[in-house]
Design a protein around this ligand. Structure first.
Ligand code: GLC
Length: 539
């Protein structure tokens, strides 16, 4: 547990900071975490069996990617019923069991909610397809007539994030092509019309449904989406959705996102969350401008918002420092807590981003110490604690990300960061399942299993465990500020208010550490010299 939730505040009259401000969250991608029923796909029963592992790792809270009823066109981000759990994951009973057992172990549980769109199999969308243009059923989504002769052109030039146009034309009851519906993601993910009060009311039902079952909060998918600009104007630059295999790169001028109308939605959400003490709403907010980003975490909106700067940053000291400064600056003005993450289920894994191989591992070790030294909430994506690399040579026949099909087989998409976790043994599926896993696992991962890494003090997993424990136990991690220290070229050094000194050596040669007791290093030191590509904590 972190210092705020574990210890009584020194001044008993002062309220303790909320638990989520400095929590370590662990992101579970359920399909890839652990399979309990032998179908090759991870599930909630598997997660429940591994809660002891997460307790051992020392995290405070879980973020469980979507487990609601879904045809899985986008790995569960296409929700057919937001108030039910998919049988693939074990149904509602399995979720209740995870909640109860996680709480018994002192772990909080947050769920992923997807308010921007539903599945095309959602009852509402099926009703909309069978209802005429202009009907109340269609008014829950964004249906428009097409442009051009006979309306045969999409209503505007917006592309879908996964490639191809963001509009699909439907066949009307007369058997002829008719209106178009908007889907910023896959055609199986029609965008909801948030101007329709029914949509907001249904979302409120969903929030209350899960909070009443004991969920501690939500990760809000595409929290900078939902509201759309009046008239749905064309985009200035409709090209470019992906950067390599990494999703969602769009600039702040993109009319598909970050419409000011979204803030009223978050304020409404907050009034409900406030009725359930100690809960948290964390937004996925891909907004670059610091002022506009900060608007999402004003005191009456989201509690936290993901800042992706660090996750987008290569292992370069100036870039890392700029990412940290920017992330701190973005929340400072509104008094919110920063958030940090090195990767997630949409982004290339950090070991690979930092160059792969031994250097990639060393840099990932350095970066987790740097990240855990920062003030604010930290999000760890499952498998990062094992140092898993991206799997960039998955056979084409195995690829499942909609991007692969939508891009005409030119972009492989995000499956490479979603390969299941290796738990034990010498051969795939390494205890993940008893069947073939839904994505093939590299044989070389026999060296990266949880079993192997628990045995070794110098493993990535042991480093995570030690670092998370120290972060929660030591007073030097207190306070919300940090101060940069002068450091040699290629290095970074900052001190936390509580006294922790964090030094990163991003050069290719060892550097002499400053004075102080060494608490932890990401690589062994000799004669007080911190090796290349490593980080030290001193007090
Ligand atoms: C978010 C999710 C991503 C999903 C998309 C559409 O960006 O993180 O995985 O594909 O939303 O719901």
């Amino acid at each position: 547990m972190n210092e705020n939730s574990a210890a009584l505040p020194a001044d008993l009259s002062a309220p303790a900071a909320p638990w989520w401000r400095s929590a370590v969250f662990y992101q579970v991608y359920p399909r890839s975490f652990a399979d309990s029923n032998g179908d090759g796909v991870g599930d909630l029963g598997g997660l429940r069996e591994k809660l002891g592992y997460l307790e051992l790792l020392g995290v405070d809270a879980l973020w469980i990617c979507p487990v609601m009823l879904s045809p899985m066109a986008d790995g569960g981000y296409d929700v057919a019923d937001p108030r039910d759990i998919d049988p693939l994951f074990g149904g509602l009973a399995a979720m209740d069991a995870v909640l109860a057992e996680a709480h018994d172990r002192g772990l909080r549980v947050t769920m992923d909610l997807v308010p921007n769109h539903t599945s095309d199999q959602h009852l509402w969308f099926q009703q909309a397809l069978h209802a005429p243009p202009g009907s109340p059923e269609r008014a829950r989504y964004i249906f428009r007539d097409g442009r051009g002769p006979k309306g045969s052109e999409p209503p505007n030039n917006w592309p879908s994030i996964f490639g191809g146009p963001a509009w699909t034309r439907v066949i009307e009851s007369d058997g002829l092509p008719g209106q178009w519906y908007l889907h910023i993601f896959a055609p199986e993910q029609p965008d909801l019309n948030w101007e329709n009060p029914e949509v907001a009311a249904d979302f409120e039902d969903t929030i209350r449904f899960w909070l009443a079952r004991g969920v501690d909060g939500f990760r809000i998918d595409v929290a900078h989406g939902m509201a759309k600009p009046a008239g749905l104007p064309d985009m200035a630059h409709p090209e470019g959705q992906f950067d390599g295999d990494t999703l969602v790169v769009h600039d702040d001028g993109d009319p598909r996102f970050n419409d000011p109308g979204v803030h009223a939605i978050h304020r409404r959400l907050r009034t409900i969350m406030d009725q359930y003490p100690d809960t948290v709403a964390i937004g996925e907010v891909w907004v670059d401008d610091n002022v506009r980003f900060g608007e999402y975490v004003r005191p009456d909106e989201l509690h936290l918002a993901f800042n992706f700067r660090l996750a987008e940053t290569p292992f370069h000291p100036d870039r890392i420092r700029a990412a940290i400064d920017n992330s701190l600056c973005a929340v400072e003005a509104v008094g919110a807590s920063p958030t940090w993450t090195l990767s997630n289920h949409d982004i290339e894994r950090e070991v690979t981003r930092y160059g792969g191989g031994a250097a990639g591992q060393a840099r990932a070790r350095a970066m987790i110490l740097l990240e855990l030294a920062l003030p604010g909430a930290v999000f760890v994506y499952n498998g990062a604690e094992l140092g898993l690399p991206n799997v960039d040579d998955l056979p084409e026949s195995a690829l499942q990300d909609p991007t692969w099909e939508r891009s005409g087989h030119t972009l492989r998409g995000r499956d490479g960061c979603r390969v299941p976790l290796p738990w034990e043994g010498q051969r795939p599926p390494f205890g993940f399942s008893t069947a073939d896993p839904w994505l093939p696992m590299p044989g070389l991962w026999s060296a990266l299993t949880v079993e192997k890494q628990l045995e070794r003090l110098d493993s990535m997993l042991s480093l995570y465990r030690m670092a998370i424990e120290l972060r929660g136990a030591r007073p030097e991690f207190g306070g919300s500020g940090l101060e940069w220290y002068a450091s040699p070229p290629g290095c970074l050094a900052f001190r936390r208010d509580g006294g922790l000194l964090c030094v990163l050596n991003a050069t290719e040669s060892p550097i002499l550490l400053p004075a102080g007791e060494v608490l932890l290093t990401s690589a062994p030191i000799r004669s007080r010299k911190l090796p290349a590509n490593s980080t030290a904590w001193l007090v």
